[in-house]
Write a protein that binds this ligand. Structure first.
Ligand code: UDP
Length: 324
């Protein structure tokens, strides 16, 4: 099988590429390197710097290569930035994906795995969140992902393109072998910021609100290791090859941890003191987001393996010695 990975130089994409290599799958990467890192792509992988917004170059590349499937990670993924600059998100995420899908249809690609997000649920009515929860995005980033899911549905009806959309909860952790990891600039995510504090690169971590309706008052999220996400993409590819039926899956561990629990676990794992300060709530943060992952377990045979301590220790190893 020939697989194209878009955004393969990014955080989750680069972990997936490494996973595919270990499975001896023939993989090629395209990435515009706007936010990804060329060093994240293993030398054994064919890499081309292509922007999804450049339709002619993209479709020329796809028609020349004859891929069986596309795994589409390439996107902007900062909620705050999307609120300030929605045009950037609708252009890059929606138009970029539309170009990719048009090029896929034109060149006979029939299978696509798409990186979606649990933020399509907005403030959920029920937790744990199943795939039947109504979608009500509350920011342009989430809206852009949901629009792409709808385009996928319509492309299936019109052109027979089959898809699996994977709604990730909080991706975290790093490659246990230290070849790739999370390197965002600026870094908005809790675990990297907590670890930068442990490493003395920050004085303290600000806790965004301790007056939520949760046991310790801080927000609860479902942190899922990137390699568990990578494995789910691989299973989704196999699923599409065997079943040819489009599906949507939540990807989380099914277990939630509060901001305070993350800080405490990071202090334990690193053996360092991590200073924190309570500050105001971050606008748009729901109190609790935890996945009901039973569908992915049942249909894909997926089982997340990494525990919170593993997530934090692999991330810590990466942040102590990042390759890029
Ligand atoms: N958070 C925090 N301080 C920070 C960054 C994040 O308290 O400096 C909280 C945030 O309010 C949320 C959780 O940590 O409840 C996870 O945030 P993150 O940005 O990592 O992921 P999100 O859930 O927004 O996708």
């Amino acid at each position: 099988m020939n697989v194209l990975v878009t955004g393969g130089a990014g955080y989750i994409g680069s972990h997936f590429v490494k996973f595919l290599l270990k499975k001896n799958v023939n993989v090629s990467v395209i990435d515009n390197l706007g936010r990804g890192h060329a060093e994240a792509v293993p030398d054994a992988v064919e890499f081309n710097k292509i922007d999804l917004l450049d339709f002619n170059r993209l479709s020329g590349y796809l028609s020349h290569k004859r891929f069986d499937a596309v795994v589409h990670f390439a996107a902007f993924a900062y909620v705050g930035e999307s609120v300030e600059n929605p045009a950037l998100y609708y252009t890059n995420n929606v138009v970029g994906s539309l170009n990719l899908l048009k090029a896929a249809v034109k060149t006979g690609i029939k299978k696509i795995i798409f990186s979606s997000t649990c933020s399509v649920y907005g403030n959920p009515l029920e937790v744990p969140i199943s795939e039947d929860e109504p979608t009500k995005p509350i920011n342009p980033y989430a809206e852009s992902k949901l629009v792409i899911e709808k385009i996928l549905r319509d492309f299936e009806t019109a052109y027979g393109l089959k898809y699996v959309a994977l709604r990730y909860f909080n991706a975290a952790g790093a490659d246990p072998e230290g070849d790739t990891g999370e390197s965002h600039d600026p870094e908005p995510h809790l675990i990297p910021l907590v670890l930068q504090t442990a490493l003395g690169k920050r004085d303290k971590i600000y806790i965004f609100g301790d007056d939520y309706d949760t046991p310790d008052g801080t927000c609860i999220r479902d942190y899922i290791h990137v390699n568990d996400l990578a494995k789910a993409h691989y299973l989704a590819l196999n699923y599409l090859s065997e079943n040819k039926k489009s599906e949507i899956f939540n990807l989380g561990t099914g277990k939630g941890n509060s901001v305070k629990e993350i800080i405490d676990t990071a202090a334990k794992v690193t053996g360092k003191e991590i200073k924190s300060e309570i500050t105001g709530r971050r606008p748009g943060d729901p109190a609790v987001l935890v996945a009901d992952n039973s569908k992915a377990k049942k249909v894909l045979g997926w089982q997340p393996e990494f525990h919170l301590e593993d997530i934090i220790s692999t991330a810590y190893n990466w942040h102590r010695n990042p390759k890029f």
